[in-house]
Ligand binder design. Sequence first.
Ligand code: PGA
Length: 324
Amino acid sequence: SSPASHASRINKKTASRGAEGSGGAGKAAALFPLRRSICPSGLPDAIGLPDAIGLPDVKKFTESWILKMNKAKRTAVIAGNWKMNMTPSEAKKTVADTAALVAGKDGAKIILCVPFVDIASAQCGAEGSAISIGAQNVHFAEKGAFTGEISASMLKECGVEYVIIGHSERRQYFAETDETVNKRTKAALAAGLKVILCVGEVLEQRQSGITEEILSMQTKLDLAGLTADDLKNVIIAYEPVWAIGTGLTATPEQADEACGIIRSVVAGLYGGAAAEGLTIQYGGSMNEKNAAELLAKENVDGGLIGGASLVPEKFAAIVDAAQA
Ligand code: PGA
């Protein structure tokens, strides 16, 4: 069916669920805060995926085939997201301290995504270690009049291997939309970067029972137009917005279920083998205490870690938990 009919179906569902809940109209309006900025002028047929927000082909997580996919076929990836923290000199020392603590722990790929101005000094700190230094955003244009932005080729030439795209803080504070996330992802991949693509629901969406719809919509829109080959250079990070920086963590079961939903969506788009090979991280207050339980789950292949990645001992303990 057409994008417009998907839209009206989802909107009706949203409105009626909102009305059933305690908050009435205000609650319904709170359900799609990210979506409103995602689709300011309607639905995303502009990016050429007509059924992009549809759900008919999404297999349910509860279907056993998704649970039986072989976790061993995936690379565990522990990535730190430093956000806007650390000066270049602090970065060099923190990376060097982290490198010393994680030396020889090669059971997981280790990445630290640092502010742009810290990239060079962080690389100095990482020298001789297996830590890869990544960035936290990238613009979609090759170059031009985009004051304050950084292009994929600039990052590539700086020796950056990974870039985070679509973090909820970018969506929330910097008007990032699924359309621009998709464009940034394509530009990054075209330049030979690997992408850590973030998706996740806000609290009102989870409480309203539409987490699956939100994850499906974001995954489809953000990956629109990518080939199965492109997907080999993409990691998806499931980051429930309500768990980021709040100290609240999804339970291992919630994290597993959400990562399974994302894997199901990817299976629908690219087939089972692609879904089986896709690394899906959990992010949202992952720390040295809860990491082992989260990482043990079948569909959780790593972590995207904010606060705890700033403290070498804590980050190293999470890397330890990923060795099993
Ligand atoms: P947090 O951040 O670990 O501080 O919750 C995670 C993230 O935003 O990637």
